[in-house]
Design a protein around this ligand. Sequence first.
Ligand code: PXP
Length: 241
Amino acid sequence: MPILVVNVDHVATLRQQRLGIEPDPVTAAHMAELAGARGIIVHLREDRRHIQDRDVSLLRQTLKTRLHLEMAATEEMQGIALAEKPHMVCLVPEKREELTTEGGLVVAGRVDFLQAYVKPFHEIGIASSLFIEADPDQIRAAARVGVTHVELHTGHFADAPDAAERKRQRDAIVAGIGLARTLGLKVNLGHGLNYDNIFDFEAVPGICEFSIGHSIVSRAVLTGFGPAVRDMVDIINRFPG
Ligand code: PXP
């Protein structure tokens, strides 16, 4: 059965609006765990616009489930991840001017670099994931890198302007899940998933994790963090897997 991994970046976004101490993404992460989340994911960006180094350290020390660290494939981030030892690193492309992660990582053509980049993580038992488009070339390249997981980008599906495009994007993701599994990769999905569109993946086998942030934090503002996470856990727990 797939599990829910909650992204708490946008709790930190609100905190950083005032550069203060509240709301604390570490507290939100603990509430998410209590409400049934099976892991927490944070994106430590180069510009530190939301999650701070202190958040990563505290989460690693205090979470009872798993910590996944989303990051750009830079030397600085590699050093931080090797020191903090999250359970998984997820490599994403990062642009300073973007509002959120826009596209998937380009893996084809960078296989040697990425292989060398993830090697030290594997040596100390940290799993690795690449956030990629559901594109067969990128999936095959990810398999050549030797990562344990891929996270297929669901943002284009979520943002589809009409039903036909949404179906086209969903079909590409479902085909991508099948190809990735054939190549021995575990598959996560993330970006733009919410309490409505997640049902499009209800009957799709082979999904390990849903990585969801914005829709949960948005609901939490109105209902509280625990209920918002529990609502999503209840949906995912009804998926056949
Ligand atoms: N996966 C990746 C790689 C992301 O960059 C993000 C956004 O930080 C998410 C999942 C979560 O997306 P959302 O906040 O839209 O649920």
